[in-house]
Design a protein around this ligand. Structure first.
Ligand code: PEP
Length: 262
């Protein structure tokens, strides 16, 4: 059985000093917890801002791989005249293993398009062995299910279009993140989440194949997840993990969230 995946998205919230301290505090508690629960611990990934990636990687090293590091974004090309961008090769050098792709905040504020997201997925999966966490989800106005199905199908199909033909044996994480649930304290219901997860699984299976989807794809949920509600999504077998924003910012709170899964 696949282990669950819990990803902390710190967004642009913590300074270098705070990132380092919180990662260190969290790493210490997880290491202690692992003495009792090693087999059951989920995969854990922390995604700090670019400036803190190296420090956070150093802070979690003592966990011996229990806590990994991810980036909140990355450019698709490895090198060149791309002012302000980060390279997948350079991020790999810093110890980054996961990349969040197409978060709704990037689609909304930075104009990230389907085409850009597709280039990123292609680059990370096929060329750079980085694991993409592809974020999909509908806005409030798309909530009526017909529109929701259309929005999510388009987001997934455009993102995976280039890996469809030559499927690389590499993991792909899809995070279902309804935009209206992010940072609002108002998560989607477990029932609704289950419905969307089966839609996502159906789309992946029909374009990538059932066996490939079962082996390489993992569907997680994001949107106001906390220690109080995570079991509704993860332990009940609805999602295979969670993408956590606000509730991952304090080391103790994030630790309790992980602890509540065991
Ligand atoms: C997110 O931004 O990906 C997220 C899930 O945030 P929050 O947990 O704060 O809703």
């Amino acid at each position: 059985m696949k282990k669950n995946l819990i990803v902390a998205n710190w967004k642009m919230n913590l300074s270098l000093k705070d990132s380092k301290n919180r990662a260190r505090e969290f790493a210490t508690s997880i290491t202690q917890l692992s003495e009792r629960f090693k087999k059951n611990l989920p995969h854990i990934v922390i995604c700090p801002s670019f400036s803190a990636l190296s420090a956070v990687h150093t802070s979690v090293r003592a966990t011996r791989g229990l806590v990994k590091v991810g980036s909140q974004d990355c450019f698709w090309d490895p090198q060149g005249a791309f002012t302000g961008e980060e390279s997948p090769v350079f991020l790999r050098e810093l110890g980054v293993e996961y990349i969040i792709v197409g978060h709704s905040e990037r689609r909304m504020y930075l104009g990230e398009t389907h085409d850009m997201i597709e280039k990123k997925i292609h680059s990370f999966v096929k060329e750079h062995t980085l694991i993409p966490i592809l974020c999909v989800g509908e806005k409030k106005e798309d909530r009526a299910s017909a529109k929701r199905t259309q929005v999510i199908s388009r987001q997934i199909l455009s993102a995976i279009s280039s890996i469809r033909k030559h499927k690389p044996a590499r993991p792909l994480v899809i995070a279902y993140e309804p935009v209206w649930a992010i940072g609002t304290g108002n998560p989607c219901t477990a029932r609704d989440c289950a419905r969307v997860n089966s839609l996502i699984k159906k789309i992946l299976s029909s374009y990538l194949g059932t066996a490939y989807t079962a082996e390489w794809c993992r569907i997680i949920y994001g949107g106001s997840v906390s220690a109080k509600n995570i079991r509704d999504f993860v332990v009940e077998g609805i999602s295979e993990g969670a993408l956590v924003g606000g509730a991952s910012l304090q080391a103790r709170e994030f630790f309790h969230l992980i602890r509540s899964l065991l």
